[in-house]
Each structure stands twice: as C-alpha cells, then as structure tokens.
Design a protein around this ligand. Structure first.
Ligand code: C5P
Length: 398
C-alpha cells in the first residue's frame, strides 16, 4: 500500500525522536520514498547522519544550504509529498502549526503541503493534558490534520501517563489507514471559482464596489477541495483566508478577473461564478485624486465584460454554475440568466429572505436548472456549498 508513496517525515525536538529512525526504516521497507525534515532542536536528539542514511536522502533543516546557498524549497517539497507525517510532534510545534507560525523549514513545509498531514504527539503527561495543548490539537483536527494518539506508559521524565509517542508500527498502520481512506469523489477534476467583490478605481483613492463578503464562494472552493478537486479561486476583495488546498489568485477589477478566468477556464472541468462583479467601471481612472468643487460631479461609466457569459459562450463539455441575486421577478430573471450565460444551473439568492445574502453566515437559495428548481431551507453557507457541490458531482457523473 505504501509502495511509491512520497512521505515527508518531520522530526521535532523530543526524546521520542529516537523512534523516528525505526519509523523511517519501516516506511522505506514498505516501499515509500521518505524525505526527512528536522527542526534545529531535533538534531540534538537524533543525528542527521542516521536519518539521511535510513531515508537515503539528505536531511533538510535550514531554508538554504549555508555552504553553497542552495535553496531548500518547502513549496516543492509540499507539492512532492503524498503525506506529511510529523513524528514526534512536540507541544511547541503543534502550537505553532495551529497558529500558522512559520519560523522553520518543518513549519513552512506544513503551510505549503497540499497533501494530508498527520502528527504523532510526544510529550510529558502534564504538557499533553494541558488545556493549551488540547486546544491546539483540537484546532489541528479542525484544520484536517490526522492526530495519531499517543499511548500511556513510561515517560522520559520518569512519570507514567499519556504522552508517549505511538510506537513506529502503530504509526505505519495509521499511515496505511490514511492512504486507504475512500478515494475522493472529485479527485482529478479541476475547478475555477470566482468569489468576492471587484473593485473599480475612480482615482488612486476611491473606488466602486459592493457588499459581497466572498463567504459563499470561499465555502464552495473549500467544499470542492475537500472532495479532492484541484481548485483555483480567483478572488476579488474579501477579508477571508484561502481555504486549505485551494490556489487563490487575487484580483481587483472586473477586467483583471475576466483575464484570469478566460486564461484558466480551458484547463478546467468546470467553473462556479460566485463573484459579485461590477457591471460598470469608470470610463477613465483619474491619475490624481479628484478635487472637490462647489457643484455636483458626474462619473462616466462603461460596461464591464461579463465573465460568466464569456465562459458560457465557449463552454465545450465543461460545467458552468452561476449565481443570481435578485430583488424582483426573481425566478424569471434567474431563468433568463441561466439561458443567456449558458449555465448548467444557477443558484438564486433572494435579498428578500431573512438570513440570506451578503455578509452573513447563512443563506436561503433555490437551485435552478433547465429541468426545474429546488428550494433549499435556511442553511449555513458551508451547507449550501455542500449541496451545490453535490449537484456538481451528480452532473459530472451523468
Ligand atoms: O447578470 P448578473 O450580474 O446578475 O449575473 C450574475 C452571475 O454572473 C454571477 O454568477 C456572477 O458571478 C456572473 N457575472 C460575471 N461577470 C460579470 C457579471 C456577472 O461572471 N461581469
């Protein structure tokens, strides 16, 4: 099962690091290719020479090789891996992981890794039981990290209790279990998602925009990625962080969003157009801040390009999902858009419903396709996203 799998073995500064040698040997014997990343302190517990010999690769500790300046790319390492296994994982490293701190190569690799991540905690019983450690582990679990529970027994401190790193054989069994988990339903599919509000500059200081928070589009990107899809999120203005395993491309204007989407749609299996794109943009952007005068002022606006319609016109066999936010004749307008932009289905959210629309964490939507419509009850945006992705999955497997 581990044959040909690429595994990064991360080792942190715990006495349990002596077990990492056996762990590495077991992984390699099972056919995995193992690259070892160590924190600086881990080198005090087990020598790089031991780990390099067992893994058959040089050990990575620093961002670059001080001898020749060669860069140890955590990004490439993160892309290479099928699994990132951190064993032992100290309380300190888990705290930093949960907070997104990136002050060593082991941690930057964690932030770059697109693969599943597993940690095997190792520490003294009181450190393990501490509310802060438990809180950090809970956060990691929520972030999708697999926790390989420590066992109870004799600890290096002389105390007896829970905190002892799982035995190498148990860790290998946990790793095999992670690889055997059901193949994800959208693996091998690539989706483009637009989200957030575009910004149309009037002058270097002012702009035209809208109330979109990006929450709905980000939830869709997250849901797609969790089912194994490769997701490119072209994002306008939002205060949100990119979901895990999603490639985010930041844009400002409708024109920039159009360019990014048109350039990428060809390589995708589908797109979900969730962004609130400006329909009009200032005809000219003033080079300097506009001065106020005594009278009123007019800004001439010109139409922006319709991204969804452009993609819809050249859709081929790809799937295209749109959104509509209407305040009157909702169904009629949404159906017109479905036709005009060549969507496979459209998600109508009505501003008239309580709990729907901008900024909030909930939404009330109706999914409309050529066959008919389905109204969903009030749900969180993440639940709505899952229902939309269910429909995408059904259409792709038809
Ligand atoms: O025509 P309207 O803006 O109401 O259409 C909404 C749908 O079209 C949404 O899916 C939105 O993301 C998309 N759209 C777009 N480019 C535009 C305007 C809207 O992709 N310029």
């Amino acid at each position: 099962m581990l044959k040909g799998k690429h595994i990064i073995l991360g080792i942190t500064g715990s006495i349990a690091a002596f077990k990492s040698a056996v762990l590495c040997r077991l992984l390699v014997s099972a056919g995995a290719e193992v690259k070892v990343v160590m924190t600086p302190l881990a080198k005090q517990f087990i020598t790089p020479l031991t780990m390099a010999t067992l893994s058959q690769h040089p050990i990575l500790v620093d961002f670059f090789n001080p001898e020749n300046g060669e860069w140890n790319s955590h990004v490439k390492l993160g892309e290479w891996a099928d699994l990132y296994l951190i064993a032992p994982a100290t309380a300190n490293t888990m705290a930093k992981m949960s907070a997104g701190v990136a002050d060593n190569l082991l941690l930057t690799t964690y932030l770059s890794a697109r693969c599943p991540v597993a940690v095997a905690p190792a520490m003294d019983l009181d450190m393990y039981a501490h509310v802060a450690t438990q809180r950090n582990m809970e956060q990691l679990r929520e972030d999708g990290v697999h926790i390989i529970e420590p066992g109870s027994g004799f600890l290096a401190s002389g105390l007896v209790g829970k905190g002892r790193m799982a035995e190498p054989e148990q860790i290998v069994a946990a790793v095999e279990h992670i690889f055997s988990e059901k193949k994800k339903s959208l693996e091998g599919k690539h989706f483009l998602v637009t989200a957030g509000a575009t910004i149309e500059a009037i002058d270097p200081v002012r702009f035209i925009s809208n109330h979109s928070s990006g929450k709905m589009g980000y939830a869709i990107a997250e849901s797609l990625a969790e089912r194994g899809a490769e997701v490119t999120l072209v994002s306008g203005r939002t205060a949100l962080a990119a979901p895990r395993n999603v490639r985010r491309i930041d844009v400002l204007s409708a024109e920039q969003m159009w360019q990014e989407c048109v350039a990428r749609f060809g390589e995708c299996d589908g797109a979900v157009m969730c962004a609130a794109v400006a329909d009009y943009t200032p005809a000219v952007v003033a080079e300097h801040k506009l001065k106020k005068g005594d009278g009123d002022m007019k800004i001439e606006l010109r139409r922006t390009k319709d991204i969804a319609a452009t993609l819809g016109a050249d859709k081929g066999g790809r799937l295209l999902v749109g959104f509509a936010m209407e305040t009157e004749c909702e169904m009629e307008h949404a159906e017109q858009k479905l036709q005009r932009k060549n969507f496979d289905f459209i998600v109508l959210n009505s501003l008239r419903e309580a709990g729907a629309g901008f900024r909030g964490d909930t939404n009330v939507v109706t999914l409309i396709d050529k066959q008919g419509s389905e109204s969903l009850p009030l749900m969180t945006k993440r639940e709505v996203a899952d229902r939309i992705v269910d429909k995408i999955e059904n259409l792709l497997t038809k």
